[in-house]
Design a protein around this ligand. Structure first.
Ligand SMILES: [Zn+2]
Length: 401
């Protein structure tokens, strides 16, 4: 009933999309004809609907986050259990979620035994996972961003395969399969990094997709990317570099991009004192860009925060003030999932040692305890609970209605 009233009174006229809707020439046209008048979420722009958001809807969502000062949790997933945990959590905390596939996570979804020649399994697994998200996300009534994680230069064929899938999907459905991809060419020189990003930005823009790029290096180790020995100066991006990237990518028509700038962040969770976060770098970069553009926008760049696990809440909040609209959480949700399974086993240990026989009797069956759904569900619940905590840190609670 509440929802119906909201729809009646807050219905936005189609004109709300003009002329500020600068992104998505194709999708903007489509929306004006589809009469995007019904608001699905009272607090969000009318373009944002339950399910996967792409193109203009994605831009509107990120603008909303930037303007109101919240960031979307970006979570690395490895299968339907972790995917569903993410979306379940989003429904609980009342906000959007970014479901993120790594190359290794995609391969895991296809199955570790599947032939991965030319990244075939990584590509197939990511597509299968994306289709799963598209099929179930609407059931939870939340907006979901479909994204992929770090892709270094040697891994570009993986993204090429996913782009092909988005092209196919676009031809049939008028939107890409994935909302966005990350390219991490921070191992290369700045010019080569941004040069390659620009080439891909052109491909992405044709499909109304967003590009996330990386400047500097996120320390630590994650999913086949080991930066534990990298020189510490490279862990801190310079405002000039952010401006250079901004200028270059902005030259592409219909471009939409986010920047993973390094400010001392690392993948993984380490002992306190090992990480020196400097989110002031993001603030300085915004100031630098604003001066160059000479406009009244204090947050021209959309930033994303990698290596969020284990970060100080005060650093997180300060980073959000600088235009961070997404924070990656992987290590902490991995731990949470495992911890849920571990706690389940600890609680029911004596019922999990044989198919038959437990403290209630030598002939008692244990089927209902060892059914994989029991332990996996315990993992899902623990992961979702951890994500609800993350959403609080990110000011992402109750931002839908
Ligand atoms: Zn990362």
């Amino acid at each position: 009933m509440k929802l119906a009233i909201a729809t009646l009174f807050f219905a936005a006229p189609a004109a709300a999309f003009a002329p500020s809707a600068s992104f998505g020439a194709n999708s903007a046209l489509k929306m004006s004809t589809e009469a995007a008048t019904e608001k699905a979420f009272a607090k969000l722009p009318a373009s944002v609907k339950p399910g996967v958001v792409t193109g203009q809807a994605l831009k509107d969502l990120l603008d909303d986050a930037k303007a109101k000062g919240y960031a979307i949790p970006g979570v690395n997933i490895v299968g339907t259990n972790s995917i569903n945990s993410c979306i379940e959590a989003a429904a609980k905390y009342g906000g959007p979620i970014m479901v993120t596939f790594s190359k290794g996570g995609g391969q895991f979804i296809a199955g570790k035994a599947a032939d991965n020649t030319d990244d075939a399994a990584s590509i197939a697994g990511c597509i299968a996972g994306a289709l799963h998200v598209r099929q179930v996300a609407k059931l939870y009534g939340v907006p979901v961003v479909l994204h992929t994680d770090h892709c270094q230069k040697a891994w570009l064929p993986w993204i090429d395969g996913l782009l092909e899938a988005s092209q196919d999907y676009y031809e049939k459905n008028g939107e890409p399969l994935f909302s966005s991809h990350m390219l991490d060419l921070s191992e290369e020189s700045l010019e080569e990094n941004i040069g390659i990003c620009k080439t891909y930005m052109e491909k992405f823009a044709k499909l109304d997709m967003l590009l996330e790029f990386e400047l500097g290096v996120t320390g630590g180790e994650e999913d086949g990317v080991d930066n534990t020995d990298v020189d510490s100066s490279r862990l801190y991006t310079q405002p000039e570099e952010v401006w250079y990237a901004y200028q270059q990518l902005s030259e592409v028509p219909n471009a939409m991009f986010t920047c993973a700038a390094s400010f001392g962040n690392v993948h993984g969770v380490y002992a306190p004192g090992n990480v020196d976060l400097q989110p002031i770098i993001l603030h300085n970069s915004q100031k630098f860009i604003q001066e160059k553009l000479d406009n009244d926008n204090e947050k021209n760049m959309y930033f994303v925060f990698h290596g969020g696990s284990g970060s100080d809440v005060k650093d997180i909040k300060y980073a959000i003030e600088a235009g961070v609209i997404k924070m990656n959480i992987d290590t902490d949700t991995q731990w949470a999932f495992w911890d849920g399974v571990r706690a389940y086993e600890a609680e029911h240990h004596d019922y999990l040692q044989a198919q038959i026989g437990n403290p209630d009797g030598d002939d008692k069956p244990n089927k209902k305890y060892y059914d994989p759904r029991m332990s996996l569900r315990a993992g899902e619940e623990a992961m979702a609970a951890r994500l609800c905590e993350a959403a609080e840190d990110l000011n992402c609670v109750n931002v839908l209605n």
